[in-house]
Design a protein around this ligand. Structure first.
Ligand code: UDP
Length: 372
């Protein structure tokens, strides 16, 4: 039973590496790892960290690649590769254009598709853009859905997707736990050279923002609010790993670069990033994965978005949707920096996204389905 595991971006590797490693342990299921090349260095770094290597690299990365271009290129390249290697099943994760395109290629070849992290929805097709549409399309193409939470199962049911839907938990927690365990034991990996702020001197606010729908005005607004927060709280510093996209970088950098308590870095490697999350005071983010990871590390997350496909953290109380409104971001951040009780309440919530055993569940389900 040959399973083509397709990854394109770093978050996809973070979430599929533990499944791939688990599949490798199986005697009957044979995983073949395919990288589309949508991200290059960041994906290679992840492969190294998990000690894995792709069997095929489609090298589709281009500078400033447009959505339509990468979609067309992934469909064609994965179609050709699947035709050649003839997998019995294709596995994808999440909601990128690579995922949608590889799913479509599998469908054209009538190869069954397994989708990890199925069923996330905001119900607004333009937010996040284009991910909400990508994940909806993938659900239509999928034969086996691995939902991370009960809510995700309900979302699929509402769309009449009921067959072969399995509640597995989110594999991002498997990788996080693996990484936290590993960096704990190694002083070398803890020595994250790209981290300059003094985690002992300041309360570090870790900020990430890269969502397409926040490009421009919203990012500008958020960056200005961060300056206000720093000026009100002299014991805080901001660590902001900037996304490589010039549409993010060129707006945020000029506003923040001269403040002496702002530490702007390029995108951090996953391991230093986990270190930063673990040692920060609180997290402001528009990232999906970070919302899922934060509660496992006991960090309150303020979500810089107007919608979220991850309501579980908000319901449980480990995250708050603060949107892109300056006043709300300022007030909620100030509250967590001054009100210890409110802070403790948020930081003690049990992670609603996973328990670190999702990959094992997924492989067990696949074994039961395909190996007699
Ligand atoms: N991440 C990272 N370095 C960074 C920012 C994020 O390694 O500078 C990791 C983070 O731990 C999480 C994943 O990347 O596992 C989230 O990726 P991103 O925010 O790009 O995408 P999303 O989850 O929103 O799709």
């Amino acid at each position: 039973m040959k399973i083509a595991v397709v990854v394109g971006t770093r978050p996809e590797v973070i979430k599929l590496a533990p499944v791939y490693l688990e599949l490798k342990k199986s005697k009957k299921l044979k995983p073949v790892l395919i990288s589309t090349g949508q991200h290059k260095e960041m994906v290679n770094e992840m492969f190294q960290w998990f000690g894995i290597k792709e069997d095929h690299n489609l090298k589709l990365m281009q500078k400033n690649q447009s959505l339509q271009c990468i979609t067309a290129r992934v469909i064609e390249a994965t179609y050709n590769l699947f035709s050649k290697i003839k997998p019995d099943l294709v596995m994808v994760e999440g909601d990128t254009v690579s995922v949608m395109a590889a799913g479509l290629a599998a469908f054209y070849l009538k190869i069954p598709l397994a989708h990890v992290e199925a069923g996330l929805r905001t119900n607004n097709i333009y937010n996040p853009f284009p991910e909400e549409m990508a994940r909806r399309i993938v659900s239509q193409l999928t034969n086996i859905h691995f939902a991370p939470t009960k809510q995700a199962v309900i979302n699929l049911r509402k769309e009449n997707i009921k067959k072969n839907v399995y509640l597995a938990g989110n594999t991002v927690i498997d990788s996080l736990m693996y990484t936290v365990r590993k960096i704990k034991n190694s002083a070398k990996t803890l020595h994250a050279t790209s981290l300059r702020p003094d985690f002992k001197k300041y309360r570090i606010i870790l900020v990430t923002m890269h969502r397409r729908e926040n490009f421009g005005k919203a990012h500008k607004n958020i960056a200005k609010t961060l300056i206000k927060i720093l000026n009100k709280f002299p014991d805080t510093a901001i660590l902001l790993p900037l996304h490589k996209n010039p549409k993010v970088r060129d707006v945020i950098r000029p506003i923040l670069k001269n403040h002496k308590r702002v530490f702007l870095t390029g995108p951090l490697g996953y391991v230093p990033f986990v270190y930063a999350m673990k040692n920060s005071y609180l997290i402001l983010t528009d990232s999906g994965g970070v919302q899922e990871e934060a509660p496992s590390l006991g960090k309150p997350a303020l979500v810089l978005r107007t919608t979220t496909e991850r309501p579980e953290g908000i319901k449980a109380g480990s995250a708050k949707l603060v949107g892109i409104d300056s006043k709300k971001i300022f007030n909620e951040t100030s509250k967590l920096l001054t009100d210890k009780k409110a802070y403790n309440k948020m930081s003690k919530i049990k992670n609603p996204y996973g328990d670190g055993r999702a990959s094992k569940r997924i492989v067990k389900i696949l074994s039961n389905l395909f190996v007699s």
